[in-house]
Design a protein around this ligand. Structure first.
Ligand code: SF4
Ligand code: SF4
Length: 177
């Protein structure tokens, strides 16, 4: 397979420094509000701070790929000898929980590295230096075309309501327009 040069964007997470202030959730949800900065709702954020106060951990997790069905596996994390819940640190929007789903529509959310901005806003807003932005060039295999956010959203709605209902709803909306 042919290889191409690609800019790889990474956010390095120094979890030990996180104090759970949730500034990253606030700016992410504001940036992605419609219109931009019109509201703040951490449930719409593409970064969520998973907290276990009793176990003294705050771990920022970025929304990853949409998973149309539950995976068969369940991971258990052991950190400093303490056990954390199955699925607790998973990045996927999947049917088994509400995390990383737009609260009104249920559409899956995914971190887009604040497309259009020079630097991810959660990195700028984290005053504790937990999040560090890095860029590098790497030689990677040419990717097949990935589905756009709109296609992923439509796929998740079709999974939830069934394709005929989705088609009916779109037809009704187009008549109103
Ligand atoms: S802004 Fe930084 S310190 Fe605050 S919750 Fe987010 S990652 Fe943690
Ligand atoms: S990089 Fe941007 S889109 Fe991704 S979690 Fe941070 S603020 Fe949200």
């Amino acid at each position: 397979m042919a290889t191409v040069k690609k800019k790889i964007k990474t956010i390095r997470v120094d979890a030990d420094k996180c104090n759970g202030c949730r500034g990253c959730e606030i700016i992410c949800s504001a940036f992605h509000a419609e219109p931009k900065y019109s509201s703040i709702n951490p449930a719409r954020s593409r970064i969520r701070v998973i907290s276990h106060r009793l176990k003294d951990i705050w771990l920022p997790v970025f929304a990853g790929e949409y998973a149309p069905s539950e995976c068969a596996g369940r991971d258990i994390y052991v950190i400093d000898g303490k056990e954390y819940d199955e699925c607790g640190f998973c990045r996927a929007a999947c049917p088994s929980r509400d995390l990383f789903k737009e609260p009104d529509s249920g559409l899956p959310l995914k971190c887009d590295m604040c497309e259009g901005e020079e630097k991810p806003l959660c990195v700028t807003w984290c005053l504790n230096d937990v999040l560090k932005y890095e860029e590098r060039e790497a030689e990677v295999e040419e990717e097949e075309k990935k589905p756009e956010e709109l296609e992923i959203g439509l796929e998740s709605l079709a999974d939830k309501y069934g394709l005929p209902k989705l088609v009916d709803a779109v037809a009704r909306m187009s008549k109103k327009g």
